[in-house]
Write a protein that binds this ligand. Structure first.
Ligand code: HEM
Length: 453
C-alpha cells in the first residue's frame, strides 16, 4: 500500500464551531432543508425565496445524521460567488467541502464515508491544482471534439431504440445511458462493464436517504416508510462492489497505463507521492458520480421544463439555433447539484453577517440561480433569457466544474437529435425524484411520442 496523504484521517479531528457572532436576523424557518422529501417535487424554490427575503445568510439546524453544529445557508447569487471566489478564507479542505455532514461513526459506510472526502473537490491550494491538472487533458476542446463524434452516433442509436416504442421511461432508456457511455469512453472502462455503473449510480443516489432513515429508525423505532434491512444490506453490497471494481481497474491502469483518464488518475501524484488507496477510491467515486448524475438529471429535467412550458417548446422546435441558450436556461432552472459546502478559516463577513472561524457554510446553487437581483422574473423558464449563462450551477472559481464542456456537448447532442425526431413528445405520467438534498436525482420520466421506425 502506498504511504501518502489521506485527508479523511485528519478531517475528523477538525473542530466545527457554533456561530461566534449574533445572527443578523431573528427569522426562524418553518421548513427545513434537511427534510429530504422537500426535494422530491423539484427544487424548493418558494422556500429558497423565503430564506433569501428573510435571512439571506441563515443559520440552519444540523442534519439529523450530524454530530456537528448547524450550517450557514447562502441563497443569494452574489454571496455564493463571493465565497466561491475566496478559497483562502472559505476552505474546501478543512473538514471537507462536499457534504454538509459526515454523520456519526456507527451510521457510516466506512469506505463510502472516507471516499466522499479523499478527492480533489475537497482539496485547497497546490494539492488541488496539481490533481486537477492531471484531469485537464480529457476536458480540452480537441479531446471533447473527438468525443463528440462518438456521442453523436451513440445518441442516434439510443433514439433508434426508443423510436418504435412510442413511449418510454426516458431515464432508463436514454438519460442514464448516455452519460455512462460518454464517461466510460473518457475513463477507459470496457463496454462489458458499463451497465454495472448504471446500477451503482441508482444506489448512490439513495445513500443520503438510507443514512437519514437509519438514524430515524434508531431514534423513533422502525416505521413503515423505513428502508428494510435487506435493502440496506443490498446497498452496502453494491457500494463494496463499486469500490472493488474501481480499485481493480485503477491498479491495473497504474501498472499498464493507457490513454485514458483512469490511467491519468492512477498515476497522478500528491506532494510527489502516488495517490494512496483512499485517494484512488475517492477519485473513483468523484468522477463516477460527478460525471454521470449531473448530466443525466439535466437531460430529464429539461424534458419536464419543455413539457410544462409548451410555448417555449414550440419556440425551440421551430428555432434550433436557440439550443445553446435553452441549455443554459435549463441548467439554471434544474441546478442538478443542489449545494456544496465550505468552511471559514478566519473571522469574516458575508453580506453583513459576521462569521467566526471554522463555521460551516453551504452554497445553495438552485437558490442563487433564482435570485431576482440577477435573473428577472427568475421562476419563468425563458429560453431567450439574455443572461441565462450567469447561472452558478457549475460552481465558480477554482473548483468550477471540470466536466462542463463534456456536459454541454452531451446536452446539445441529445436535445438536438431528440427534438428533431420527437417534436410532439409529452410527459405520460408523473416524474419521480429521489429524496436527496445534494443532487436533484430524477429517477423516472415517462414520455410518449409519435412512433418512428
Ligand atoms: C450539468 C452537468 C454538471 C453540473 C451542473 C456540474 C456541477 C458541478 C459543481 C457545482 C461542482 C463543484 C463546484 C465547486 O465546488 O465550486 C463540480 C465539480 C466537478 N465536476 Fe461537475 N457538473 C456537471 C457535469 C460534470 C461532468 C460531465 C463531469 C465529468 C465528466 C464533471 C466532473 C467534475 C469534477 C471532476 C469536479 C471537481 C472539480 C474540482 O474540484 O476542481 N462534472 N461540478
Amino acid at each position: 500500500m502506498t504511504s501518502g496523504y489521506v485527508l479523511s484521517d485528519e478531517v475528523l479531528d477538525h473542530e466545527i464551531n457554533e456561530p461566534a457572532f449574533a445572527k443578523n436576523s431573528s427569522y426562524k424557518a418553518k421548513k427545513s432543508l434537511n427534510d429530504l422529501d422537500l426535494f422530491t417535487k423539484g427544487q424548493p424554490v418558494d422556500f429558497y425565496k423565503e430564506l433569501r427575503d428573510n435571512a439571506p445568510v441563515y443559520f440552519h439546524d444540523p442534519m439529523p445524521t450530524d454530530p456537528e453544529p448547524g450550517y450557514w445557508v447562502l441563497t443569494r447569487h452574489e454571496d455564493i460567488k463571493h465565497v466561491s471566489m475566496n478559497p483562502k478564507i472559505f476552505s474546501s479542505q478543512y473538514a471537507t467541502g462536499n457534504m454538509l455532514t459526515q454523520g456519526s461513526e456507527e451510521n457510516r459506510h466506512p469506505r463510502l464515508f472516507k471516499s466522499t472526502i479523499d478527492h480533489m473537490l475537497n482539496l485547497d491550494g497546490e494539492m488541488h491544482l496539481g490533481l486537477r491538472k492531471e484531469h485537464m487533458p480529457f476536458f480540452k476542446p480537441g479531446y471533447v471534439e473527438d468525443l463528440q463524434k462518438k456521442v453523436t452516433i451513440k445518441v442516434g442509436q439510443l433514439l433508434d431504440q426508443i423510436g418504435p416504442m412510442g413511449e418510454c421511461n426516458l431515464v432508463s432508456e436514454v438519460s442514464q445511458q448516455l452519460p455512462i457511455y460518454t464517461l466510460s469512453e473518457i475513463l477507459g472502462i470496457p463496454e462489458s462493464d458499463r451497465q454495472k455503473l448504471v446500477t451503482w449510480m441508482e444506489f448512490l443516489e439513495l445513500a443520503q436517504y438510507f443514512a437519514v432513515e437509519q438514524i430515524k429508525q434508531q431514534n423513533e423505532g422502525v416505521t413503515d416508510s423505513s428502508p428494510d434491512p435487506e435493502m440496506i444490506n443490498l446497498f452496502n453490497a453494491m457500494v463494496d462492489e463499486m469500490f472493488d471494481y474501481g480499485k481493480h481497474i485503477l491498479l491495473k491502469k497504474r501498472k499498464n497505463p493507457e490513454n485514458d483518464l483512469l490511467s491519468a488518475i492512477a498515476n497522478a501524484k500528491i506532494e510527489g507521492k502516488e495517490l494512496t488507496q483512499e485517494f484512488l477510491d475517492g477519485s473513483w467515486l468523484l468522477i463516477v458520480f460527478a460525471g454521470n448524475d449531473t448530466t443525466r438529471n439535466t437531460m430529464s429535467g429539461g424534458i419536464k421544463l419543455l413539457h410544462d412550458n409548451q410555448d417555449q417548446k414550440e419556440l425551440l422546435v421551430n428555432n434550433p439555433d436557440y439550443l445553446p441558450n435553452f441549455i443554459n436556461e435549463t441548467i439554471r432552472c434544474v441546478s442538478p447539484v443542489i449545494h456544496m459546502r465550505r468552511t471559514s478559516l478566519e473571522e469574516t463577513e458575508i453580506n453583513g453577517q459576521r462569521i467566526g472561524p471554522y463555521e460551516k457554510i453551504a452554497l445553495w446553487y438552485g437558490a442563487a440561480n433564482r435570485d431576482p437581483e440577477i435573473f428577472k422574473d427568475p421562476d419563468r423558464f425563458n429560453i431567450l433569457r439574455e443572461n441565462a449563462d450567469k447561472h452558478l450551477a457549475f460552481g465558480i472559481g477554482r473548483h468550477t466544474c471540470l466536466g462542463k464542456p463534456v456536459a454541454l456537448m452531451q446536452l446539445k447532442e441529445f436535445y438536438s437529435q431528440f427534438l428533431a425526431r420527437f417534436p410532439d413528445f409529452e410527459m405520460n405520467g408523473e416524474w419521480k425524484v429521489a429524496p436527496n438534498n445534494f443532487v436533484h436525482a430524477i429517477q423516472e420520466m415517462p414520455i410518449k411520442f409519435s412512433p418512428k421506425s
